[in-house]
Design a protein. Structure first.
Lengths: 139, 139
């Protein structure tokens, strides 16, 4: 996976939201590119994105995709959720302990895109933030 | 960004689709984890995902998010789209040259998640597939 594009109703508002969380974007032709670890997160007008992908846009906030950003401590989960709320997000699930021994909460950005902010001691993060899926003992 | 979770209607079908494209998953409690560069792509039941994130699920295929996977040549774009179609995807936009001097097309996976497969000579890919946003000369 190389890019995740978030269709938004107001590119300037969305850029201001993500920059309030500490990201720095580059805008070219009403499209904003953020480096996010080894991939790019892109903000683009939602109608243009749907047309470009040749999909119908019913205006739904949730299309079955959720994004997660893992951090290094429970305190950092609380800090990111507080920053997001201050920047205009809706905290849709307050931070709490998780069944896997972690700590996580969710917010929806001003366009309804859902992010989970999680501390998961079982999924190592590299120095650059890259996440490694461990051997889960699954099938 | 650490994980992208795709809500699906049939986890086994979705896993088979992505494994047909060459990924290898690990399944734990009806959740499948794929390593995808420096992040994880996760397949999970769509109803569970919506409930977990505390968002309403209207059943829409498009919620304003699109995923892209960049490859190293136009021929590789064609190959991935052909593999995806053979594995059950719908090619929603056939591959064609792009305004930025690249070559790209889109497919929707069996649950409607849209992926763009792109060759973009202006966005370098590292040996591990990590994408770097170049200096775009933007604002």
């Amino acid at each position: 996976m190389s890019l995740v594009t978030l269709g938004v109703f107001d590119v300037a508002r969305a850029r201001a939201f993500y920059e309030a969380l500490g990201w720095r974007g580059q805008e070219v032709e009403q499209t904003v590119f953020f480096q996010a670890g080894g991939l790019a997160v892109v903000l683009w007008g939602r109608a243009a994105l749907a047309a470009d992908a040749c999909v119908e846009d019913t205006g739904a906030a949730f299309g079955g995709t959720a994004l997660a950003h893992n951090v290094r401590s429970p305190a950092e989960v609380d800090a990111v959720l507080a920053e997001a709320a201050a920047a205009g997000a809706t905290v849709s699930r307050p931070a709490a302990r998780t069944f896997y021994g972690g700590y996580a909460g969710c917010f929806a950005d001003p366009d309804g895109h859902v992010w989970e902010i999680a501390f998961n001691p079982g999924f190592p993060l590299g120095p650059d933030g890259a996440l490694t899926v461990p051997d889960l003992g699954g099938s």
